[in-house]
Every structure is written in structure tokens, then in C-alpha cells.
Design a protein. Structure first.
Length: 124
């Protein structure tokens, strides 16, 4: 009986120590700085008109500048969204520039961004 009690006490102590140590583990840094991007996309689709292109351009530019200042990456889609909002405002040159940045940072978007760039360049 004494051996069983010691064994149980040892297991409880080990479990308690593991639980305490697990609480001290630091979380890894996020890969991207998301900023307002997700909220803007959500608002744009769920509350049409609430996230006008001008507002989105302003917030996305601020997010990009802050990410650069903090040395963090901008998540995929931010430059594409900024380009799309600039296109919606009639700023085609700025839109093409942002689509090109998205394509350079995230090569998997290359076909998609190239299509947008070509359509703007061809006037369609």
C-alpha cells in the first residue's frame, strides 16, 4: 500500500510539473501582421458600403507601413486588396503597382495578379 501511494504521488507530481511548465511556454511570433485586413474584408462583404474604397486604401496603407516599421511581413492578399481598391477609385497605375508587389511577394498569386495587370494594361 505504501508503494502504491508513493507511485501515485510521483505521478501526480510529474503531472503537476508538466502542467506548470506547459503554461510557461512562449508562443511563437505570428508569421504576418494582419492589422485591419481581415476586418475590412469581412465588413466589405457583410455590410456593403461600410468599407468604402477610400477607407480601405487608407487603412491598408497604414497597415503596410506599420508592418514594415515593425519588420513584419504583410499577409497574402493585402497588396492585392489595396490594388483592387485603388482600381475602384480609378487609380490604375497604383493598382498595377500593388498587383505587381503582391505577385513578387507571393509567387503563387502570379497568374491571378498577371491577369489583373494585363486587363488594366489592355484597357478592359
Amino acid at each position: 500500500m505504501v508503494i502504491h501511494t508513493r507511485l501515485l504521488a510521483g505521478r501526480v507530481s510529474a503531472l503537476l510539473a508538466a502542467t506548470l511548465l506547459a503554461g510557461c511556454v512562449t508562443q511563437p511570433e505570428p508569421l504576418y501582421r494582419w492589422g485591419e485586413y481581415e476586418n475590412l474584408i469581412y465588413t466589405m462583404y457583410m455590410q456593403p458600403g461600410a468599407a468604402e474604397p477610400g477607407l480601405q486604401v487608407q487603412k491598408l496603407r497604414a497597415d503596410i507601413e506599420r508592418s514594415e516599421a515593425e519588420g513584419k511581413r504583410v499577409p497574402p492578399g493585402v497588396h492585392a486588396q489595396l490594388g483592387y481598391m485603388q482600381y475602384m477609385q480609378g487609380n490604375e497605375a497604383d493598382a498595377v503597382e500593388q498587383f505587381a508587389v503582391e505577385r513578387r511577394l507571393y509567387p503563387e498569386s502570379s497568374d491571378f495578379m498577371t491577369t489583373f495587370i494585363e486587363r488594366i494594361d489592355n484597357g478592359s
